[in-house]
Design a protein around this ligand. Structure first.
Ligand code: URA
Length: 237
């Protein structure tokens, strides 16, 4: 088997479509499902009606899943709340947990460089958020229940920002947004849809720090995103 085939196989997952609102994915108090589901629905409905100030306060005080126990602070996101570009990562790491801003560690430095490569800058027509707002212990990948519990926050952020393009950084973010099993290597260079907003996927910067040869592919992805955005705006190439 070629190296490429080996990597594809290791990452490979066929698309499995799941309903976003499937009741079992929303963790709630450990009581019967018939009582618990309305609690989750009420929470999601309340979040869906929030403005930025309420959202900020709700995220800061959120205790809806176990991730709140070890966090120093929840990290809502950063940037232009009317941005055309929304970048979504996985979840805060140690430095983000400390500083309250997404992507401020090593991966964040690379993300800033990736943005600069296509003439973008953190905070200028760019918003950066995460699938989960609290640091998973030891930077592990968030569990599906944690991502599902945090989803109404990201859902509301997207509704408020109304980006023209969403960039999913890495597989957890892609799976959160697309609600399907996603293989980054097979999904790059394609346009997906989130409620009418185009979504592209690329490698997570932390992955790129460990897999330098894939930086060339990430560059291709950046060019694809830029072309896509230029196409929406009717810019000259
Ligand atoms: N990795 C992420 O996915 N998000 C951050 O905010 C930092 C590192």
């Amino acid at each position: 088997m070629s190296r490429r085939d080996g990597i594809l196989r290791e990452l490979g997952l066929a698309p499995i479509w799941r309903l976003r609102d499937r009741p079992a994915e929303v963790p709630v108090a450990p009581v019967t499902e018939s009582i618990a589901q309305p609690v989750a629905d009420d929470r999601a409905a309340a979040i869906a009606a929030m403005g930025w100030d309420e959202l900020k306060a709700a995220v800061a005080g959120c205790r809806a899943c176990g991730l709140c126990q070890a966090r120093k602070q929840a990290v809502l996101g950063v940037g232009d709340v009317e941005a055309d570009w929304l970048f979504v990562g996985e979840g805060p790491g140690a430095e983000e947990d400390e500083r309250g801003e997404p992507f401020v560690g090593q991966a964040g430095k690379l993300l800033d460089a990736m943005l600069a490569a296509i003439d973008l800058k953190r905070g200028e027509n760019v918003y950066i958020g995460n699938s989960v707002k609290c640091r998973p212990p030891k930077n592990r990948t968030p569990e599906p229940e944690e991502t599902a519990t945090c989803w109404p926050f990201l859902e509301r952020q997207i509704e408020l920002i109304k980006p023209k393009l969403i960039v999913a950084l890495g597989r957890p973010a892609a799976q959160t947004l697309l609600q399907s099993e996603v293989k980054i290597s097979a999904s790059r260079g394609r346009l997906f849809d989130y409620r009418g907003i185009p979504v592209v996927v690329t490698y997570h910067p932390a992955y790129l720090l460990r897999n330098l040869p894939d930086k060339a592919r990430a560059w291709e992805d950046l060019c694809f995103m830029r072309r896509t955005m230029q196409g929406f705006r009717g810019d000259q190439p």
